[in-house]
Each structure stands twice: as structure tokens, then as C-alpha cells.
Design a protein around this ligand. Sequence first.
Ligand code: LUB
Length: 234
Amino acid sequence: MPEPDSGTRPETVTAPGAAPGAEPPGPFRVRPIATRRGPDPKQDRAARTRLLVLTAAAELFTARGFRHTSVQEVADRVGMTKGAVYFHYPTKEALAVAVVEQHYARWPLLLAGVTAEGRGPLETAERLLAGAALAFRDDVVVQAGTRLQVERPQIDAELPTPYVDWTELLAGLLSRAEALGELRAGVRPRTAARSLVAAFFGTQHISDVLHERAYVVERWSETAELLFRAIRAE
Ligand code: LUB
């Protein structure tokens, strides 16, 4: 993968295995949950059951990881039979993919909320990452998706490419900030975006290992204060 910002064209990343010409992954494109087709009691009940199973799986994947979580344990946690779980998710891998996809499905909602505040691009980037830190502390699906993405070599399934959508989103915001003169001279939007993603990932990981992310909001705000001071124009 070419290292952009050295004057080469901005990277576009195509999800591994994507069909030729497939639409490049844009920020957080996730497959919609199949049940959004209007009120249908049976469908709604199925959707509720799927969400119940997915949340239980997320709790176990967060606590124990992919390998040490069994579908039987997921079924026991929701009071269902293993067969009933397999009806909704045919394999443990399919459960992991669904959890990771719901991890990414959080971000368009966060983005819509922060965008609606109508702030400048640099402040929008700051608010997005602050909002993400809250989700990493409080949302078990976000936590599970993060662990599963780290364990992706153990999961025999097609998972979204990690980190690239956040990098894309932040690079877009920082490019707009650059155009508005909000960036410190010499700061390259894509380089800064990669640094923010790396710093955020590291901050949440260390906070997870040391304190199960209890203080991740505070830890991130310290790091963000430093990084945005380095990025922002005087
Ligand atoms: C984010 C994780 C955990 C990046 O974008 C991602 O894939 C991420 C899961 O893989 O942190 C930091 C914003």
C-alpha cells in the first residue's frame, strides 16, 4: 500500500476479496440489518431476538475473546437452545461478523449527531473522537468489535478492514480544515488522521488492559488535547 502524503495520490482501500469495481469501502459502510422492511410482527420479533443474541455474544466476546466463547454459552446467556441461535446466526463466525458490523454501524449515528451540531471540521473531528471514547467505555458491542478485529487472524470469516474508515473520515475533515486555514502549517491531513487513529487505538487498548476502559474518556481527552494543539493553526 503506497505511503501517501509523499505527494502520491490519496490511497483508496478496497476490502479484501471485494468484487472488481466494487464500491470502495466508504466510512463505515455496513450491511443493513435485514429486518428493516416495515412493520411485520414476526420480523420484529426476529429482529429483537437477533439483537438479544448479538448483545449476549458481544458480552462474551469482550470478556473471553472469540476462541474461548462457545455458541452454547451464548444460547445459555439468552435462555435459548443452540439450534435457535444457529437459526439466526448459522456459525460462531457469522455471529462475530455481525458483532463487528454493528460496531461500525455505531459510527454513522455518532457522525450524524456531531455533524448536526454544525461545528467546523477540526472541532467536528475532536467531538467525534470524544464521542467514540464514550462508546468504547460504555458500549459492549463497540468493545467486542474491537477485540474481534484484533483477533481477526483466528476468525475464518470476511471482516471489514479495520482502522481505514476512521482514517478516511478524519482525513476528509482535516482536508476541509486545511482548506479553511484551521491546520498548522506543514500538517498533512492524512498523516494527522493516521496519527489520531493510532493514538486513539493505543489509548483505548492500554485503558482496556489496565482498567477495562474505566478511564478511557479521561485518557483520550488528555491525548486529544495534546494532538489537536499540535494540529490546530495558532
Ligand atoms: C478503531 C477499532 C478500534 C480505530 O476503526 C477501527 O477499526 C477501530 C476496531 O478495529 O478502534 C480508532 C478510532
